[in-house]
Design a protein around this ligand. Structure first.
Ligand SMILES: Cc1ncc(COP(=O)(O)OP(=O)(O)O)c(N)n1
Ligand SMILES: Cc1ncsc1CCOP(=O)(O)O
Ligand SMILES: [Mg+2]
Length: 213
């Protein structure tokens, strides 16, 4: 069975930024501070290394409600038994990914335009990552930034829940949620900060403060 998911505070791990605190430690601390999803994203690692890393992250988050996501690597996602796979428009067709991962794993897809949003098939894709909202040095090959106006239009065109990504910091939380996005995805707002739990908690508090009720 697919797990229910909460995109509110979505951490994407980065091996270069996670030096003082390892990726596993950063994941643990961020979830203690409120992160709801953690993506294992390691572009230089082998599939074997990604499997080991994902297993360690899963173990660290075992008694928490946070979900573990694998970026790009379908073999590693299946072998490590993560909760979700995240792919981009150029990685593989969503239909191929869904055929491989089956019906029990969540599938996330990156979207950068209204036309890509309209093309999302909710029978295949569970959520979208929309961005980059702003230019960011964390991903050097990112698409054209969309800004909040673009984010608003793309989120409205998406048939599935959306998480915003790219250059997002604490001060952007309320503007992100005002677009209709379900959450905020961050790398450098948590990875590489001196206290990842505190960074996560500050983001989480802004999320709570930005939501009605
Ligand atoms: C939540 C989330 N959204 C978008 C992305 C970017 O995915 P992609 O476009 O495939 O780029 P890489 O991350 O693979 O460089 C993401 N990873 N997560
Ligand atoms: C993985 C990814 N996809 C689009 S932008 C991005 C990196 C976001 O990093 P940061 O939160 O540090 O700007
Ligand atoms: Mg990708």
């Amino acid at each position: 069975m697919k797990k229910p998911f909460d995109l509110s505070l979505y951490l994407v791990l980065d091996p270069d930024l996670c030096q003082q605190h390892s990726m596993v430690e950063t994941a643990r601390e961020a979830v203690a501070g409120g992160a709801t999803m953690v993506q294992v994203r390691h572009k230089r690692a082998s599939t074997t290394e990604r499997i080991a890393l994902a297993r360690s992250v899963k173990e660290a988050l075992r008694n928490t409600p946070a979900l573990v996501v694998m970026n790009d690597d379908i073999e590693a996602a299946i072998e490590a038994g993560v909760d979700a796979l995240h792919i981009g428009q150029r990685d593989m067709p969503a239909a191929s990914a869904r055929a491989r991962i089956g019906l029990n794993m969540l599938l996330g897809l990156s979207v950068n335009s209204e036309s890509a949003a309209q093309a999302v098939d909710p029978a295949l894709v569970d959520y979208v990552g929309v961005g980059p909202v702003f230019a960011t040095p964390t991903k050097t090959d990112h698409e054209q930034p969309i800004g909040f106006a673009g984010l608003t239009r793309i989120v409205a065109a998406c048939p599935v829940p959306a998480v915003a990504i790219g250059g997002l910091k604490q001060q952007h939380v309320s503007d992100v949620l005002a677009t209709g996005a379900s959450g905020i995805a961050v790398v450098s707002a948590i990875c590489g900060t001196p206290d990842p739990q505190q960074a996560s908690r500050e983001l989480w508090e802004r999320i709570l403060a930005s939501r009605p009720g």
